[in-house]
Design a binder for this molecule. Structure first.
Ligand code: ATR
Length: 292
């Protein structure tokens, strides 16, 4: 009975919008955090078709929903439906968190904090080096922004299934951040072995290899990797993607998406509640769920 009484007129609703959404661990992460911090909030997943995105924003205001995370494929498209976006989001061109400030919808990018938390321990190794980024969507934008601004990387190879999207993103960062050292490639793994092998850091920002498609990988060519590299997969489910397993088999250092996931969530949590998420406890909890 107690748990049924928990949600009442004092409960603040937040959630995540995207399509598909069913494998997200965000509801688990935020609801445990609300419980631990004794906050009267609830976090719900909303699977929204693109044709309903505009109505969803109107519904958010009408229903007094306090905030949303925005996940694939809407991180870029959502911007035109918001009243205001943060300075970082303006440069990145992607939003993953919305705050409903009394009817004014404000967009933020907390993914960039997740990227920073994941890569900062390797800062000295990465600075002024060549990096390959796979993917040209919203997550790639946040990653490239951090690589340019915080790690001052020498060169970025931008690899994407749709070559034209990689070219557009290359031109976007040349104009927005005056960074002219991005080279774009089509994701054809046999042609890219050299591009991968000569990179100090390789980052997968696509959903390729994510549960349930755990046998997929952006490249299955082991020669793409070596023991001087750092290989980062933004995917957290599974913790060891096929991509990371292959990199590790060649001696590369690997970074999974757990820190990225929890740290971006912690920033969103702070924007909605004004409180700090108990990050260490949450990381341990999510990790044990993922390892089950
Ligand atoms: P996010 O916001 O998480 O970055 P997104 O904006 O939808 O999501 O971008 C997804 C990225 O993953 C894109 O770069 C997409 O490639 P395309 O530009 O060709 O669509 C990439 N991606 C998704 N599924 C893929 C697949 N099966 N193979 C290769 N790339 C894929």
């Amino acid at each position: 009975m107690n748990s049924l009484n928990k949600f009442n007129h004092n409960t603040t609703v937040v959630g995540v919008i995207g399509h598909p959404i069913k494998h997200s661990f965000s509801p688990l992460m935020h609801n445990i955090s609300f419980e631990l911090n004794d906050l009267k909030y609830v976090y719900l997943p909303f699977d929204i078709l693109q044709s309903n995105l505009e109505d969803a924003m109107k519904g958010m205001v009408a229903l007094g929903i306090k905030g949303f995370n925005v996940t694939l494929p809407y991180k870029e498209k959502i911007i035109e439906l918001l009243n205001e976006i943060s300075e970082e989001s303006t440069i990145i061109g992607a939003v993953n968190t919305i705050v409903n400030d009394n009817g004014k919808l404000i967009g933020y990018n907390t993914d960039v904090h997740g990227v920073l938390a994941s890569l900062t321990p390797y800062k000295e190794e990465i600075t002024d080096k060549t990096v390959t980024v796979i993917g040209a969507g919203g997550s790639a934008r946040s990653t490239i922004f951090a690589l340019i601004r915080n790690f001052k990387v020498k060169k970025i190879n931008l690899v994407n299934r749709t070559a034209q999207k990689a070219e557009s993103l290359r031109d976007y960062f040349a104009a927005k951040m005056l960074y002219k050292s991005i080279k774009s490639f089509e994701l054809v793994p046999p042609d890219l072995v050299d591009v991968f092998a000569k990179s100090k850091l390789i980052i997968n920002t696509t959903s390729v290899g994510m549960f349930p498609d755990i046998d997929d990988s952006p490249t299955t060519i082991a020669e793409s990797f070596n023991n001087k590299q750092i290989v980062f997969d933004l995917i957290y489910n599974p913790l060891k993607t096929k991509f990371l397993k292959l990199a590790a088999s060649k001696g590369a250092k690997t970074i999974n998406g757990l820190t990225m996931f929890v740290e971006q969530g912690a920033k969103s949590f702070e924007l909605w509640t004004g409180e700090e998420m108990p990050v260490d406890k949450i990381k341990t909890t999510i990790k044990s769920y993922l390892e089950q």
